[in-house]
Design a protein. Structure first.
Length: 305
């Protein structure tokens, strides 16, 4: 349980989706006052009326009180858990509602989120991180817990109390010198798995049962890893293909966030994943034909909606 002084810090969860609901519920369960910032009417209503609800592996559901708002002020910490295409909008909101000495931590997928936040909020108020914790949104304000994973955040002088809050809430936290290796390691895995599950409408593990899909997954991972190597960014694994296969196996029943977005008719993060890899590949003269193809195909799924 976090100390009383730490629990008194005002913490803001930016987002009302699956991971946002999971983080809010676990922090609230420790007696922390949690505010969730969002724009989705059904989500805001459900969270205010019924709390952040979690469904565990045994199908038990518990609700935890939160406050869901469209505007806020005076937040000490902000955990950013929105889709990458929403980053610039929420950064402008945070410019007003994050305390002058506050800290915004992005745990989002894809490239460019930290840079957008730093440009608008100031680099001294931003830290980058990633999480491999999984969750699926079942209904507004209701998330099913997926695979338990790590929360990794880069070192920052303002991180101390937030780190204690997250650890006290049961998250497996590691503080690292730099987030770039983590961001690119996750990007390689996301690029390998997410677009294929979205295009084939299958859970993660089914890629491994389809030889053509499994081969494509490996080639996507190798392309993304080559772009990282061209920038001298070390990855957290030696074999990108084996790493992608292991994640697909470990999360075999999970529905990727990209597929969840398509099923809901929502925009996806393909621009910040395969699109970003393609653009960075061109910048560093590294071919990425398969990432470019997936970028275009997934984008075409949402065009005209």
């Amino acid at each position: 349980m976090p100390e009383k002084e730490e629990r008194g810090k005002k913490i803001l969860i930016v987002g009302t989706g699956a991971l946002a609901t999971l983080f809010a519920a676990r922090l609230s369960a420790c007696g922390i006052n949690v505010t969730m910032l969002g724009s989705w009417d059904e989500g805001l209503t459900a969270l205010n009326e019924h709390g952040a609800r979690l469904i565990d592996a045994e199908e038990n559901e518990k609700a935890y009180p939160v406050k869901a708002v469209r505007k806020c002020e005076g937040a000490h910490y902000a955990l950013i858990l929105v889709k990458s295409w929403q980053t610039e909008r929420v950064a402008h909101q945070l410019r007003e509602c994050l305390a002058a000495d506050g800290l915004a931590v992005t745990l989002q997928n894809g490239l460019g989120n930290g840079e957008i936040l730093a440009k608008i909020l100031g680099a001294e108020r931003v830290a980058q991180g990633v999480t491999t914790t999984g969750a699926s949104l079942i209904a507004p304000g209701v998330a099913r817990v997926g695979g338990e994973g790590l929360v990794s955040i880069e070192m920052h002088p303002r991180l101390g109390a937030l780190a204690a809050l997250l650890t006290g809430a049961g998250f497996h936290l590691e503080v690292v010198p730099s987030a770039q290796s983590l961001i690119w390691s996750k990007l390689v895995i996301n690029a390998a798995i997410n677009p294929l599950t979205a295009l084939l409408n299958i859970p993660n593990g089914e890629i491994l049962t389809r030889p053509s899909a499994k081969a494509l997954m490996g080639e996507l991972a190798l392309e993304a890893a080559a772009v990282a190597k061209a920038q001298n960014i070390a990855l957290g694994f030696d074999d990108p293909v084996a790493a992608a296969e292991e994640v697909a196996r470990r999360t075999s029943h999970n529905i990727s966030s990209m597929l969840q977005d398509l099923r809901r008719g929502a925009p996806t993060e393909i621009e910040a994943i395969c699109g970003a890899i393609t653009r960075r590949g061109k910048q560093f003269s590294t071919p990425t034909p398969l990432n470019n193809m997936c970028w275009k195909l997934v984008s075409a799924r949402t065009e005209g909606r």
